[in-house]
Write a protein that binds this ligand. Structure first.
Ligand SMILES: [Zn+2]
Length: 162
């Protein structure tokens, strides 16, 4: 079982590496990520958040089967944007609005190594972009203005001391 890595751990700001082999080891990582995400009531989780710097993320929206994205590439983004309140399992208790493209197109491999393409909008597009950012070492606090970022981090550090 994995523990979720929280802000301050250098793995969260590194660019993750491609997955080079599919098989039981990868399946075990994904199963353990799924368990960790469920335990923390998350709807998305990226491998760096469990200390594994690999290009893997999962999305588990309510009433939907788990989606697994291996070596994903975002191939298109809508010009239209939307603003939505995000949280992150690596920043427990911190939530704020983030503006992102409203829809995305993504290419990735599934757990069996089969390539797929997906067009997503709404919450799915939102979670995909948040998790994809984790593979680039980008955190949701990096997606807001410097002033809001400083305020969010100050709030987060105050919460940690309580
Ligand atoms: Zn996150």
């Amino acid at each position: 079982m994995f523990d979720i890595v929280t802000y301050g751990d250098p793995v969260l700001t590194q660019k993750a590496e491609d997955v080079t082999s599919f098989g039981s080891e990868l399946e075990q990582i994904v199963a353990d990520m799924h368990a960790a995400m469920r335990l923390d009531h998350g709807i998305g989780l990226a491998a760096p958040q469990v200390g594994i710097s690999k290009r893997i993320f999962i999305v588990g929206l309510e009433d939907e089967p788990l989606r697994v994205f291996i070596n994903p590439v975002i191939t298109g983004m809508s010009k239209e944007t939307s603003e939505y309140e995000e949280g992150c399992l690596s920043f427990p208790g911190l939530y704020f609005n983030v503006v992102r493209p409203a829809a995305v197109e993504i290419e990735a491999y599934d757990i069996k190594g089969k390539k797929f393409q997906l067009k997503a909008d709404g919450l799915l597009a939102r979670v995909i972009q948040h998790e994809y950012d984790h593979l680039e070492g980008i955190l949701f606090i990096d997606r807001i203005s410097p002033v809001k970022r400083a305020r969010a981090l100050a709030h987060y550090h105050r919460m940690l001391k309580m």
